[in-house]
Design a binder for this molecule. Structure first.
Ligand SMILES: Cc1ncc(COP(=O)(O)O)c(C=O)c1O
Length: 417
């Protein structure tokens, strides 16, 4: 049991997302107790994704954004097939990043005309499938444009092509920047007009622009500034080309709160500012269609990772709860997925939810590496062997973004409830 000294040593954990509740001492979502779900539906480790939370998130976002704005799902965040099928009627399009994701989106019943394919390195065979199915290709270079036009000519189809622009600006405060300098993504803005003119001349179906400046921003001001810059850049490019883009993908970048002190992005402020931009569009892009593409914002908080405590041990005065999960399923929670300083994701003891915190513990996975740390010095209710640990914000970049085969462990189960 911890004393005052131990609680002082505790490290903060991230905020538990809205939508989770206590149900007779258990963590529950959508009225279902998660520990009971493990008993009836499967075993640990288990990812649980909530339909109710996905629906609520989409409804709130639609209400905040201008009606004219289309919302696309960037399925790299979570490609679990039942989740894709559930998202299909909720969103206006799917953004994919590989031939494998094209196949998954098609298998989920997404119409190819609602799919766009970005990614700096696309193989000819991936392009061939996408082009012949009528998927929009977001071209990332002049070389890729050459290959696409040749593949389309050989297949005798008119390809749908957009150009991904590498803008001069980036997304301020973003965890991952994808513009504002030398990047492997897109075509530098000053070379875009010549490329688009070539595409139009070739007889291809030029769809417009894809401008993605960064991810994981929590500041509404940063998103507002980026969207304004993106719209201004779109108008400049259209003027230089002498043609209006039918479709403009304004990027995304809406983050979610993972860590202590993080606050949810103010989507109402973003929506109002975007409406003001739409009300004052430069004439050349006044008729264009606009979309944003979001991954983690749509699905991240709707997922939770559940893992069972296998052992409880003490070393040099610190308590370790050893679980049957680990970084092979939740790499990001271990701090090894693009973070500079490791901080604790939101965490709880799902089988003692709502109980008073009593001890400071390290929650580790079952892998033979000190990197396999799921939570460091978290102040939690007393837990023992058999109890269930829940790591939140696991709906995005969890199962599919972790090295499941490491040490022969294998994948976790996933379930949509
Ligand atoms: C082009 C593109 N679109 C969408 C996303 C999804 O980002 P997020 O999950 O942060 O919304 C990314 C993330 O890397 C991306 O590179």
């Amino acid at each position: 049991m911890a004393g005052i000294d131990d609680t002082i040593k505790a490290k903060a954990t991230g905020p538990i997302p809205d939508g989770y509740a206590a149900c007779g001492g258990d963590l529950s979502v959508g009225g279902k107790s998660l520990p009971s779900l493990i008993e009836t539906e499967g075993d640990t480790p288990l990812f649980v994704y909530s339909r109710a939370m996905l629906t609520a998130r989409m409804a709130a976002l639609r209400a905040a954004m201008p009606p004219r704005l289309a919302i696309h799902y960037a399925m790299k965040a979570n490609p679990y097939p039942p989740l894709l099928a559930f998202m299909r009627p909720l969103v206006d399009g799917f953004d994919v990043a590989s031939g494998g994701e094209v196949e998954l989106a098609l298998a989920a019943g997404v119409d190819p005309s609602r799919i766009s394919f970005a990614g700096p390195g696309k193989r000819d065979r991936e392009l061939a499938v996408a082009i012949t199915r009528g998927v929009t290709i977001n071209l990332e270079s002049e070389g890729e444009a050459d290959r696409v036009l040749a593949i389309a000519a050989q297949a005798n189809v008119i390809p749908r092509l957009a150009v991904r622009v590498n803008p001069r600006f980036d997304l301020k405060g973003s965890g991952m920047k994808m513009g504002g300098g030398a990047r492997q993504f897109g075509v530098d803005a000053d070379r875009v007009p010549a490329l688009v003119q070539r595409i139009i001349k070739s007889g291809a179906d030029w769809r417009g622009f894809h401008i993605y400046a960064g991810s994981q921003a929590l500041s509404a001001d940063a998103i507002i500034a980026m969207q304004a810059e993106t719209i201004a850049l779109t108008a400049q490019l259209a003027e230089a080309i002498g043609a209006a883009p039918r479709h403009v993908n304004l990027g995304g970048g809406f983050g979610i709160p993972y860590f202590s002190g993080d606050v949810s992005i103010d989507i109402i402020a973003v929506g109002k500012a975007l409406q003001a931009e739409f009300d004052a569009l430069p004439p050349i892009i006044a008729q264009s269609e606009f979309c944003i593409e979001l991954g983690r914002y749509l699905v991240g908080e709707a997922g939770v990772y559940l893992t069972r405590i296998l052992d409880r041990k003490v070393s040099h005065g610190e308590t370790f709860l050893v679980t049957d999960g680990g970084l092979h399923h939740m790499l990001a929670a271990s701090g090894n997925f693009g973070t500079v300083i490791r901080r604790n994701y939101p965490v709880t003891i799902a089988s003692r939810f709502g109980a008073e915190p009593q001890e400071v513990v390290n929650i580790v996975g079952c892998l033979c590496t000190p990197l396999d740390l799921l939570s460091h010095a978290a102040y939690l209710p007393a837990a023992d062997v058999g109890d269930i640990v829940a790591i939140f914000c696991a709906g995005a970049y969890g199962a599919s973004a972790s090295p499941a085969q490491f040490l022969g462990q294998g994948s976790a189960q996933e379930i949509l409830v």
